[in-house]
Design a protein around this ligand. Sequence first.
Ligand code: PRX
Length: 707
Amino acid sequence: TTNHLRHVESMASLPSGAGKISHLNAVILGEALASEENDFVFPSDDFSRQALIPSPHKYLEMYKRSIEDPAGFWSGIASSEFYWKQKWGDQVCSENLDVRKGDIKIEWFKGGITNICYNCLDRNIDAGLADKIALYWESNEPGFDAHLTYSQLLHRVCQLANYLKSIGVRKGDAVIVYLPMLMELPITMLACARIGAVHSVVFAGFSSESLAQRIVDCKPKVVITCNAVKRGPKTIHLKDIVDAALVESAKNGISIDVCLTYENQSALKKESTKWQEGRDVWWEDVVPKYPTTCDVEWVDAEDPLFLLYTSGSTGKPKGVLHTTGGYMVYTATTFKYAFDYKESDVYWCTADCGWITGHSYVTYGPMLNGATVVVYEGAPNYPDSGRCWDIVDKYKVTIFYTAPTLVRSLMRDGDEASYFVLISRLLSLQYVTRYSRKSLRVLGSVGEPINPSAWRWFFNVVGGSRCPISDTWWQTETGGFMITPLPGAWPQKPGSATFPFFGVQPVIVDEKGTEIDGECSGYLCVKGSWPGAFRTLYGDHERYETTYFRPFPGYYFTGDGCSRDKDGYHWLTGRVDDVINVSGHRIGTAEVESALVSHPQCAEAAVVGVEHEVKGQGIYAFVTLVEGVPYSEELRKSLILTVRNQIGAFAAPDKIHWAPGLPKTRSGKIMRRILRKIASRQLDELGDVSTLAEPGVVDQLIALADS
Ligand code: PRX
């Protein structure tokens, strides 16, 4: 058994076990409650009674089975809850996760023939959900909305699937999707899946250059977009961005024959949209003409489902590739248990489908469960900070899943207990308490560690101290939740993602890659595979192995730091590589650096993450200018603009720090440790600077810090 299993066993001490009665155990069993150090938050008895996993014992029983017999555990779920045209071969899972033993390979349900769109729609309709609402769509403008039942959704998906086939999109072809949160976004994902095409959704906040980079990498048959979108009071002309990206990708030899464009009437009329005859096609002109039924393309469980580009520690984004069968089983199962899903739930996840959360927990996970999903087009604070709770009341949302950054921005968090903070908190409170929110039952958090004070505000104020919070830790690469509370099963600790999901074996290792047991902190790795794991980086299996499997041979390395407390709870401490999490968006410092140095007056740049009250982390950029160029306010703005244009507005640096020189070792390596301390003004913790090639630059940087 794994360390984790031993640990949990000793804590929850099954009736037959002789494990020592720990603090937690005593609490669970209703013995001696609350000592001073006790920071547990308990699910109510009412909640636990109705929960899918009502107790630590039940969790432990299932967890144990999932680890001792993963093939049996997952194939049981796969065969009882999904439709397979043909069952998989003899092996449920075949894997090699050890670079020392050859190429890394992960396969689940190989030989099994299925289709994820069929499982989301046709299977649920056959089971009686035809008239159940699949999607509620809420526009940026209050008062404008729409909805689709499961059978209406299927019709729309089939029409688009038929259109895509008519223009020659076939199984295995890539489709780039650059859409905001319209119903057409999940429709497009499902239509691609239906015909076996591989969608690659690009978050509609990325710039034309980033979009072009992705087009050039995956060479799509078609690009699907809309003319514009409104976010709050602003109109963003998405089609213009696509046009620029297509010019750019054509320069790199990739020309796109069809750009299917949806007219998002509430944002921009057709007449005002720039158009290239012959290439651009209005969605509304063609798609509705196609039949509302479309045969399914049956695919192998290991056929690719989608590509999603994400940031790593080098400049080039990585195309994370997920396949069909394992991802399907994993997203559906994690959704069901981590949110304690019931058929009557109305579920709203505020994430955009441009990120993994929108793939696994707006589209696939919920739809596989036949859930009713709310999709919101706009900004969470438009027209005011009460919008989220307005939407919750309007649709009677029961499960609300969001990011800590949103919670913090709505609570107007502050470090000091000043009058100002107190008053602004009281004001923000009104935006919440004005609405009932009594439909809420489960809350969720994702994207970055949630600080305990935001956790408590979310729990007490938003959830009325009634709703457990699933603080789900996972990654684009993992496909689905890895470490997460199961509401009702465990008492929670604010800020801890608690325990691993079924089948997941997290391990904490030291620098040498040795597993550490008990109370500890170190690098978070995962032992063994799970069905939702990504299979490769598109076109670069070598980089896949080097980044994830070589640092600690025998394990998948997550890039995150983690500690485990005396009760076995996991606390994620953030990235340990050159990746930062800004408002839950993952950004590689190297990407921002390469954008900055593309500015003709910037000679060198070094970017670090720095603590930020609302965003979690902010982007702090040290820049060295080309010889003779003076630093000015104008130049600062133009550097920031360069990053906005090359990556997207969400990656714009919060601070530009002019650096006549950067602290480097004698071999020329930038010492980021020192830069991080300067950025966070922890000047008494700079450590040893004597090994620097020019120790003087440190004082110079400090002197320029607030200039
Ligand atoms: O650092 C972790 C953080 O987000 C990273 C993954 O980012 P991305 O692939 O964009 O996926 C975000 C949505 C799953 C992780 O390496 N992270 C995500 N969830 C949490 C988290 N950190 C702490 N607690 C979480 N619940």
